[in-house]
Design a binder for this molecule. Sequence first.
Ligand code: PMP
Length: 388
Amino acid sequence: MPKTSERLLKVPPYLFEEIDRKKREAQARGVDIINLGIGDPDQPTPAYIVEAMQKAVADSETHNYPSSSGEPEFQAAVARWYKQRFGVTLDAGKETTALIGSKEGLAHVCLAYIDKGDVSLVPSPSYPVYKMWTLMAGGEPYLLPLTAGNNFLPDLASIPDRVIKRAKLLFLNYPNNPTGAVCSPDFLKDAVAFALKNDLLIIYDNAYCDMVFDGYEAPSILQFPGAKDCALEFTSLSKGYNMTGWRIGMAAGNARAISALRVIKSNADSGQFKAIQQAAIAGLDNSSNIGSLNAMYTRRRDVLWNGLKSMGCNMPAPKATFYFWVPVPRGYDSTSFSALLLDECGIVSVPGTGYGEAGEGYVRLAITVDEKRLAEAVERMRAKKIQF
Ligand code: PMP
């Protein structure tokens, strides 16, 4: 056997594989696990989308190779969705592409832009894919700390000139995983101005734009003047439509960036099954399920937030995403508190450090179980006298 690549040595095992292993070990010991680990919706895909899929799969027209950038009908549905949802006009053929889940696009866009020695500006903590694929492409991630003190927004003005000169990509993600934070329109306006001034491409990860509470509406970065000259936005049906297993997402924005991403994609994948694209069109054209889903998450959020608050936790209630970014109690770090939750309470969490060093001092909890189980999780913590 030959040696694996140097590239592989830079990349630790994928975060959730490790957590899954620990969870299975606990289950094997007979522990009744409450899994607040991975951000995977527990509800089924809406029936009208499943029905659209059933119809499409029976049509032999869907059975051959799709185009890697999506069928024209899918691209047109993406453009319709952008218009209706955000008031953004897109040239469907040039400014959109289908993705096999937004993770695929976020990975491949790094190959399209990053060479050895190039820099990506990557928030820390953040979804691990930005950093890992910068490394896999031979580039260097420059980490932008997100802290409670800066409302989990990167301080772009603090990036040294020598770093900005080598930087090509700026990753931003609001509503944010793992912190649950949202950003203001002014922040996005400033980010666009910063990218235009410094010749950067913003990779705007809007995977959680559907998952919003308390009347908050998540914007698209493409709503802001100039964004089409410097931004590519990644969205997905995974979270708003309970479709994580279907693997369908999209990128939209700067036409040259779309075309660069398509070059990588066409050489790496042969697109998503046309029947899945048809089902996704049904979802994009009818988002009536999202309100009731968010009402459900709001109820869950309130159960967990009130429970944590009663134990002294002072984090704000998340306005978006199904994540709680919980400061660990005094005397613990991310790893030891996560271990305590699993060993003493049977609760799976993710240590904040899994999202970067700046995640130290936090664990992430996902409200992907029903209200009763969340209340049970709170009870178990209370029974162990956990005090934040
Ligand atoms: N971005 C963020 C911030 C995420 O948390 C995830 C999934 N957890 C993704 C992108 C990828 O989602 P998908 O590939 O299912 O579209």
